[in-house]
Design a protein around this ligand. Structure first.
Ligand SMILES: Cc1cc2nc3c(=O)[nH]c(=O)nc-3n(C[C@H](O)[C@H](O)[C@H](O)COP(=O)(O)OP(=O)(O)OC[C@H]3O[C@@H](n4cnc5c(N)ncnc54)[C@H](O)[C@@H]3O)c2cc1C
Length: 485
């Protein structure tokens, strides 16, 4: 049975109007935040409960039809890119916060809950949800879990993986299982660790238990303007080297500042070759002391202007430029690639110089916006698709930046995931044996390779991961070398 014929099977399982087959409506879901890749799904479903998701997945498993989970579709690696012959399972009707357990500092949420919504609901109780991707106004907690999302404040508080303590999960054979709980740890293999960051390839999270973080007593934010990224980088090294762990340290270079000014008029100091936003939070006395140190480090590294946010409004203005930076680049270039890689923090100045050299050699402009504190780069590679050859040059430059990250001991993704876009880079970082071992984990969860196939792994590999419908059993199982149970 193909996915379209599956519609008749799914309609009685789902609420009225929750199965979409109309081609025009299906096209609404053809891409995520990475619009270069577009695939119209065969079918879209909008479940409202775990049981409905499990029933849809069981039907897919029975007929070997691929499925893809989708949260808010803000992913930047093509992770929620649909499968042309598959079912797209969309979480937008599962947006309930099921429980806020203040005493245990936990919340239990449905996967479609919007990241910022959780902080807004818990704020009056003196708590918030710490991982804060710049897309937090729209991205879902389920998508965050699947991508192990980071954000500006993850320098101090850690990525999503440190904030998820339990998950209710539908496996790719349609079983509902619970892994972890409200408790901080569980014995046995760290399956929760395997699921967080698995990009929808191990199944679907249907209920997520997360840690809530106490709202800090004090927050102080400064914006430092530097002649260039080298000087700003020196300030970052001095701050971290002194043992100060700010909540966030973000850097933007001149081109990124130009874009942000054009888009949101953030009024950063004129003539800055780089700006740093440094935010400290915690007990008031500690913040005050460390804030003085940070200001001194910035001055010593050559900051020509330091602004201190006097209130929440001014703080929001500092952040407005940074948080709008990706979209803002649209003001200075018709097309651009948002790259995402990570390097050891100490390599920042050298890698930025090499990126600048690559940009000059290839005649491709690159704007840099990044989480400087943890070495997570977001080079924005600008091009004009209407000019023949520019898109290819931009793509090559973007790939060369990823090679740089690997050369300096970093990784091909800092937080946006591998998805469809970066599967081709996986062999640059991992050998065949590594990739095969990862496939064994995947196949233990997904014997038919139907859960988000075509993502993360580069070529048709072990799980029968081929374009189109997947059939057959994993070759290692067939050869008697691995067992599924
Ligand atoms: C302007 C902008 C800024 C961004 N800034 C950041 C940032 O600072 N940090 C960062 O980490 N990311 C950032 N992102 C990327 C993106 O927002 C994150 O990856 C986010 O976690 C995706 O959430 P989503 O709900 O949109 O997921 P989607 O894009 O819908 O899906 C992402 C992946 O998760 C899977 N998935 C979704 N829901 C589930 C589920 N319930 N169970 C299992 N798998 C599921 C999908 O199959 C897909 O593989 C940014 C994106 C944009 C557009």
């Amino acid at each position: 049975m193909d996915a379209q014929s599956l519609a008749a099977t799914l309609e009685p399982i789902l609420p009225d109007g929750a199965v979409i087959t109309d081609r025009q409506r299906l096209r609404t879901y053809e891409c995520d935040g990475l619009a270069q890749y577009k695939v119209t799904p065969a079918l879209v479903v909008l479940p409202e409960t775990t049981e409905q998701i499990a029933a849809v997945v069981r039907a897919c498993a029975e007929h070997r039809v691929p499925f893809v989970a989708r949260g808010s579709g803000t992913g930047l690696s093509g992770g929620a890119l649909p499968h042309a012959e598959g079912v797209l399972i969309v979480m937008s009707r599962m947006r309930h916060i099921i429980e806020i357990d203040r005493d245990n500092q936990r919340a239990v949420v449905e996967p479609g809950v919007i990241n910022l919504q959780l902080s807004r609901e818990t704020q009056p109780l003196g708590y918030y949800y710490a991982p804060d991707p710049s897309s937090q106004q729209v991205c879902s907690i389920g998508g965050n879990l699947a991508e192990n999302a980071g954000g500006a404040h993850c320098l101090k508080y850690g990525f999503t993986t440190g904030h998820v303590t339990g998950v209710e999960f539908v496996t790719p054979t349609g079983e509902v299982t619970e892994i972890g709980s409200k408790a901080p740890d569980a014995p046995g293999y760290d399956l929760l660790g395997a699921i967080v960051g698995s990009e929808g390839t191990l199944g679907i999270a249907t209920k997520i238990t997360v840690r809530l973080t106490r709202t800090p007593e004090a927050v102080q934010t400064l914006l430092g303007a530097f002649p260039d990224t080298d000087h700003a980088g020196q300030a970052v090294s001095a701050i971290i080297g002194a043992g100060v762990v700010p909540a966030a340290v973000e850097m933007m270079d001149a081109l990124a500042i130009e874009a942000a000014e054009a888009a949101v008029h953030c009024d950063y100091p004129a003539g800055a070759g780089a700006v740093l936003i440094v935010e400290l939070d915690g007990p008031a006395a500690e913040v005050e002391h460390q804030f003085e140190q940070v200001s001194e480090f910035c001055n010593a590294a050559g900051a020509f202007e330091i602004r201190i946010a006097r209130d929440d409004l001014e703080r929001a203005l500092f952040w407005k430029g940074r948080k709008s930076a990706f979209a803002a680049v649209g003001r200075i270039s018709p097309d651009y690639i948002v790259q995402d890689g990570v390097i050891p923090r100490t390599a920042l100045p050298e890698v930025l110089r090499r990126i600048s050299a690559l940009s000059a050699e290839r005649g491709v402009r690159v704007a840099n916006v990044f989480h400087a504190g943890d070495g997570n780069l977001h080079p924005l590679v600008l091009f004009d698709d209407a000019i023949p050859g520019e898109a290819e040059r931009a793509e090559e430059t973007s790939g060369a930046i990823i090679d740089l990250c690997i050369e300096f001991g970093g990784s091909i993704t800092g937080e946006h995931g591998v998805g469809s876009d970066k599967a081709k880079y996986m062999p640059r970082m991992f050998g065949d044996d590594d990739l095969d071992t990862m496939q064994l984990v995947r196949c233990a969860f997904d014997p038919y390779s139907i859960s988000n196939p075509g993502k993360i792994f580069p070529t048709p590999r072990l799980c029968g991961e081929v374009p189109g419908r997947n059939r057959g059993v994993h070759p290692l199982v067939e050869a008697g070398k691995a067992e599924l149970f």
